[in-house]
Structure formats: structure tokens, C-alpha cells
Design a protein around this ligand. Structure first.
Ligand code: 13P
Ligand code: SF4
Length: 351
């Protein structure tokens, strides 16, 4: 039963004490989130993983986050993902073979190492971060994307941005880059499906990837809500499509969304374009101040892979640790980790 699971988690946590730290992403389901010692967006969680003294970092998030924790923590620290099936569908949209092919194809037009900074969104596998480390590139999150792109353009005149086209496009747009200078690179087409002229003109080549959760939010949802409540304030995550971002009053990371609503005057009404668990949590949190927080889509948009981290898996993981057994450890091979660390540390320095 759920109560049993809850009691098991509480008991195992008490037995482990400071040896284990539970990190929870804002999208984590409520029955897991409440057990997290520390919570945050991807940037904050990667900093926390880099600075914790705990032996075990139990990551209630998705696979790439636990990889980042392994890469940034000390070698003897152990990073754990309570369910190994908790992946990120967006991260799966770019893989090393396809990125290397893109790099080779670009070299038919110019030398990419002399022209292009590869930038990977943190929502990507460790080998892609390593690719960026090796080719003078960098990692970004939704919090620091603009600073990272500014840094990237100080290195090279062009950027190859993967896997999220929406974050790349919105950030480029805010920096004043025209849309026609941000063409989409389709990894399943030769030369990304682009003409050589488009590639020459491009400032940012946007990988054809997206988040399956955030793609559900549509401009029509905003327009309908605004016609009913003209005073509503719209706030969205930059993984939403361009039209949604353009119609939003604010666009930013999960941490930004929470902070912005927290600091707003009482009685304000908000339409929020991001994952459902987070929106439900803040709707409850801010209700006493008379703030109305509404989810953007009429359908349920949950990060279903993150939701695989359930109380059962968390209890099982912690109880094994109490018995001195490590289950579901995430290990990035050292050679790959060293290059990925380079790209991540560039990011942490710039942001
Ligand atoms: P944040 O960095 O804003 O937490 O976003 C992470 C993520 O996966 C959003 O889908
Ligand atoms: Fe990945 Fe989207 Fe889930 Fe974020 S919400 S972890 S981008 S699938």
C-alpha cells in the first residue's frame, strides 16, 4: 500500500542519514517529490550534484540528470536513478552517430571546427556533451541558454544547437537573430535537408528535436484563455513552440516560472505552459495568496518518463543502500566523462 511505501522511504532515509541525498526535479510526481532533500531545475540540480558531500546521490529526475550528477561529482560518489527506464524523449532525438554525421556533412561546406560551436541542451546523453567538450563546445540549460549562446558566438560565427529546436529558436530570436538565419537541421535527411546557401547563411542550425510534453501546448490555448480572462498572465517554458513563446508574457525555466509567480502580487491569474506536476504543485502553493494558477492545455501533459520514478522504486533503491547494496547506478565511462565535464564546466563558469 502507498502508506507502507511512504513509511519504508522515511525509515530508509533515516537509516542512511547524510550518506544519501535525494535530489528531485520540479516535474517529479508529488508522492516522490515530498521525499527530496533538495529540489530545483536542471541547472540548480547540476550545481547541487557537484557540491554535495553525500556518498549516494539518488536522482529523482531522468537519465541525463543522473549522468550529469555522476560526471560532476567526485569519483567515489555514486549516482543512482531509481528506475533505469526514466529517460527523456527529447534527449533520445539526438545521438552521437547523427551528430557526427552532421559534422562531417558540414565539412563539405566549411571546416566546422573553425566555424561552428556545438551547443547541447543539458537534456542530452553524456556522449553528446563529450562531443561538445571535444569540439570547443558547451552545454546549456533553459536558464542560461542566452549567456551560453553569447559565449558561443564569441568563439565561432555559427552554432549547431541540439536537441531542442524550440529552445534554440526562442533564444536566438530574443538575441535578434532572424528566423531565416536559424534553419532546422533534419538529421534524417542528407545535409540536414538544407541547401548549401542556407547553411552558409545560418547563424544557428537548429536540430530537429522537441519535447513531447511541451509540444502539446498551443497558441489556441492561450488565445482562448485570454479571451475569457484578459488580465491573465501567461508564462511558458522555452521548450514550448515559437507561437506559444511569442504569446507568453514570460518565458523561462521551471525555477524561473516558480520564482516569477511567487514574487507576483496576490490575486493575480496565471496560465502556465509547462509540465502538469509542477503546475499542480504551485497552484496549491499559491492558492492561499489568492493567486489562480491554471494549466495551459485541456489534456494531461505529464513527463511520463520522469513519473516512472515512483515511491516503490525509491523505497527499493534506498532499502538496498541501507543493506550496503547499490542498485541502478549510473556510470559514465571516464574518457567520455572527462570531455563531457569540460563542456559542463565551461557552462558552469559562463552562467
Ligand atoms: P528546467 O531546466 O527548466 O528544469 O527544464 C528541464 C526539463 O527537462 C524541461 O523539460
Ligand atoms: Fe525530457 Fe520533456 Fe520530460 Fe523534460 S519534460 S525531461 S524535455 S521529456
Amino acid at each position: 500500500a502507498d502508506e507502507d511505501c511512504e513509511a519504508r522511504i522515511v525509515a530508509a532515509k533515516a537509516a542512511l542519514g547524510k550518506r544519501a541525498v535525494i535530489l528531485g526535479h520540479h516535474y517529479q510526481r508529488a508522492d516522490v517529490y515530498k521525499h527530496a532533500d533538495l529540489t530545483g531545475d536542471s541547472l540548480k540540480l547540476s550545481r547541487l550534484a557537484a557540491s554535495t558531500a553525500a556518498d549516494y546521490i539518488v536522482f529523482c529526475g531522468v537519465h541525463f540528470m543522473a549522468e550529469v550528477a555522476d560526471i560532476l561529482s567526485r569519483p567515489e560518489q555514486i549516482s543512482i536513478l531509481p528506475d533505469l527506464n526514466a529517460g527523456c524523449s527529447m534527449a533520445d532525438m539526438a545521438n552521437l552517430a547523427k551528430v557526427e554525421r552532421a559534422w562531417r556533412e558540414l565539412s563539405e561546406v566549411f571546416d566546422p571546427d573553425e566555424q561552428v560551436t556545438p551547443v547541447t541542451y543539458i537534456n542530452s546523453a553524456a556522449d553528446l556533451k563529450a562531443f561538445c567538450g571535444e569540439h570547443g563546445g558547451i552545454v546549456c540549460t533553459s536558464t542560461n541558454a542566452r549567456k551560453i549562446l553569447e559565449w558561443s558566438f564569441a568563439q565561432q560565427p555559427k552554432v549547431l544547437f541540439f536537441p531542442d529546436q524550440h529552445l534554440g529558436r526562442w533564444t536566438g530570436h530574443k538575441m535578434g537573430i532572424p528566423l531565416e538565419e536559424m534553419p532546422v537541421w533534419d538529421p534524417d535527411e542528407p545535409m540536414g535537408g538544407l541547401e548549401v546557401e542556407q547553411i552558409r547563411k545560418a547563424k544557428i542550425l537548429l536540430w530537429k528535436g522537441h519535447c513531447s510534453v511541451h509540444q502539446m501546448f498551443q497558441a489556441s490555448h492561450i488565445l482562448r484563455y485570454k479571451s475569457q480572462y484578459p488580465d491573465a498572465i501567461v508564462i511558458s517554458h522555452p521548450e514550448c513552440n515559437f507561437d506559444v513563446c511569442r504569446l507568453s508574457d514570460y518565458v523561462g525555466s521551471t525555477e524561473f516560472i516558480i520564482k516569477t509567480i511567487a514574487e507576483a502580487p496576490p490575486g493575480t491569474r496565471w496560465l502556465v505552459g509547462t509540465e502538469l506536476n509542477l503546475v499542480n504543485r504551485i497552484a496549491e502553493q499559491f492558492k492561499p495568496e489568492g493567486k489562480i494558477v491554471q494549466f495551459m492545455a485541456p489534456t494531461v501533459c505529464m513527463c511520463s518518463t520522469m513519473a516512472r520514478i515512483d515511491p516503490q522504486h525509491l523505497a527499493w533503491t534506498l532499502e538496498n543502500l541501507v543493506q550496503g547494496k547499490v542498485v541502478n547506478q549510473i556510470t559514465v565511462p571516464e574518457e567520455e566523462a572527462a570531455l563531457a565535464r569540460l563542456a559542463l564546466e565551461r557552462m558552469l563558469q559562463v552562467s
